[in-house]
Design a protein. Sequence first.
Length: 368
Amino acid sequence: MKKELIYITYQTFPANTANSIQTISTLKYFFRHGLKTTLIFPLRNKESSSEVTDLKNHYLFNEDIQVKGTIHPLPFKKFLFLERFTYLISHFFWSYFTVRKYSKIYINKQFFTRSEWVFYFLSNKNKDVVYECHQLSKLKIYLVNKALEKPNSKVITLTSYLKKELDNKYTKKIEIIGSSYDNDFFQNSNKKSSTFVYAGSVHRFGDSRGLNIITNKLDSLSNKNLKFIIISSKNENLDEFKHLFQKNNPTIEIEIFYELSQEKVGQILSTSTVGLLINNKSKHSEFYSSPLKYFEYLASGLNVVATNLDSHKNLPFQNKIIFYDYDDVVSFQDAIIQSIKLDTSVENDIYLYSMENRVKKIINLFTS
């Protein structure tokens, strides 16, 4: 009989966000490593679906993952002026009642979550649970530290900064495992054009991620026969963004795509030259970020132009990155020119940062 893993998360599916893509990819590789996997999540909006066929079609997987979408009657996103508050309240109550229900159904099973509340409630029931931590606040630090008091609870953090913010007496129960790429979709084709690509949302938490730097006049690049491609993971209106870029840079081509499948994103990356790793200077970007797109870029044989942030400087394969100073147009253009000259071969050790290898590390956490 297969061992069983229950993934409870306060995310919504299907979606094109990096967090939902990473969750499905993780589940897929759990299954491939011999675990019977079940995903439990709230039906938070009209697009949410618990039909496994919908998820398979959206994320392009064939593994037999069990899916349980739960009713979510709380007022998430119904009152925009209270959105953050209602999110916190909804998250709390959904986690409490979901854990209360499914902890009785799944006895002696392994649990995995990206929700601090789910982690807290499961640990209080002495469940064997691993929490994947992507960011922290004062409340999250309190909840995670309290959960770590229980013997069967463990934590994965994306970066060393996140681990340092948790109580150091639990350091042996906290493993740093950064982001990774999905082996199924990202490979190097060795057919490169002079194309610079950005994959991900242009805005995060309502704020610009800094991509507007390319809408400035890029005079040093005007005669380089370059092309920029933006692959937005959200259906966000970038018409004004595109218009401003074309107005200031009439000789540089730009193309914008929205909500592409991982397969199509991989195809575009494999024929591009340089990936853009652009972020703002928020605390999350500066210290907590381990960008999924970075490893997808590397697996596709791209060099990287990145904002000069501490989180980016702690990424592996620094020889593949040209840094530029935040919001400095001259520095950005210099980095673009330098990046074209770098070798575009895929690093031999990139497999260490594949999702397949990442999931092996997570499974070892359960057995250690």
